[in-house]
Ligand binder design. Structure first.
Ligand code: 9MG
Length: 355
């Protein structure tokens, strides 16, 4: 069917019983082995500099599986094993806890240990299966924090969270913090630099058996929003994540322990963020669970006229639904209770059941 690199963007989604029936009849394919089916796909051949797009029905894809197509189809359709022990049949919420005085959305409200601990507990009680604890702001324009400072913010919180019903994730780019966090009970390393800022993070992940979230970012937080450019943002981010997954696997991290994230807001203009959001289903071709963080980000404010981060919740819920509707398995959010309600009603409307 094709000679160049193939990317597959599943479209035309079905949910609930019609999805199962269409898969059974060969008219649709399962998206990442989950409860959503796709009835067609855009097949993209080429690279970020030059590509051709053709539309195929799922039936046509089923009938013309040559070797190149087979491998991309396999990755896009195969079931994902649990991530950090969590089943992925429905969206998992990762609640955000910033232990930073300059956090863009909390305004320093939770910058003390006890505040962060009780906030994490409240997020878990509201339905967060993961809580993500971070001691370094990576908002656009922010400066790096010294290891000691980050450790002093994060570790006491993690110590207090031992025994939490939620899986604990540490949001850091630093191996010293990742190691201390793992010793204090963190199971996930969420690294916005995809383990490139401090390459020793790779060794820590292998040694401590951490599951990892590899996020795409173009540039450093301080300058990443200074006119980022791409030939094709979607294909470039995909290629980057694929290379980082392979580097991790080569270093000894089991593929089942890896999730990938296109990094909305990290070195991206409004147009880049919207292109990524509209093309999330293509990233299932990475063959690993996807995580997306849109919550309260600037692009939500731009599209939805929300000047203050906290006024961007309705738009953040809508972005979470846009991601879930494309089969994204993990959603990183501030408002766990509100997102949970939005997702429950979305599911009820499309799957026709209450749960
Ligand atoms: C720490 N952090 C801030 N935004 C994020 C996002 O979109 N994804 C991930 N994985 N981490 C983020």
């Amino acid at each position: 069917m094709a000679d160049g690199t193939l990317y597959l963007r599943p479209i035309g989604f079905l949910y609930g019983p019609p999805a199962d029936a269409a898969i059974e009849d060969g008219l649709a394919l399962p998206l990442a082995g989950g409860p959503i089916a796709f009835t067609a796909a855009v097949l993209i051949e080429g690279d970020a500099a030059s590509s051709q797009r053709r539309l195929f029905t799922a039936q046509a894809l089923n009938e013309s599986r040559d070797a190149g197509l087979e491998s991309v189809l396999e990755r896009a359709t195969s079931p994902r094993p649990p991530f950090a022990g969590l089943g992925l049949a429905r969206p998992v919420l990762m609640g955000i806890v910033n232990v930073t005085p300059d956090s863009f959305s909390d305004g320093g409200l939770y910058d003390e240990t006890e505040g962060a601990v009780s906030h994490a507990a409240a997020l878990a009680a509201a339905g967060a299966e993961i809580v993500d604890i971070g001691g370094e702001s990576t908002r656009p324009g922010s400066d790096t924090v010294a290891d000691d400072e980050e450790l002093s913010r994060v570790v006491p919180v993690l110590e207090e969270l031992k025994g939490s019903p939620a899986v604990i994730s540490v949001d850091t780019r630093k191996s010293a913090v990742a190691r201390a966090a793992a010793k204090a009970g963190a199971k996930i390393l969420n690294d916005v630099s995809a383990l490139t800022y401090d390459p020793a993070c790779m060794d820590v992940a292998v040694e401590m058996g951490l599951d990892v979230v590899l996020m795409h970012a173009k540039g450093e937080p301080k300058t990443m929003q200074d006119d980022p450019t791409y030939d094709d943002v979607v294909l470039e981010v995909f290629d980057y994540l694929e290379a980082r997954i392979e580097a991790c696997v080569a270093a000894g991290i089991d593929r089942a322990r890896i999730a990938a994230d296109p990094g909305l807001g990290f070195g991206k203009t409004l147009a880049h963020n919207l292109a990524l959001l509209a093309n999330l289903s293509l990233f299932h071709g990475l063959g690993v669970p996807l995580l997306v963080g849109a919550s309260r980000k600037r692009f939500i404010g731009s599209v939805g006229q929300g000047k203050e981060p906290k006024s961007r919740e309705p738009g953040s819920h809508a972005a979470a639904i846009a991601a879930a509707a494309q089969g994204v398995q993990i959603l990183r959010v501030h408002d766990v209770a509100g997102t949970r309600q939005a997702l429950a009603v979305w599911r009820a409307g499309l799957f026709g059941t209450e749960n």
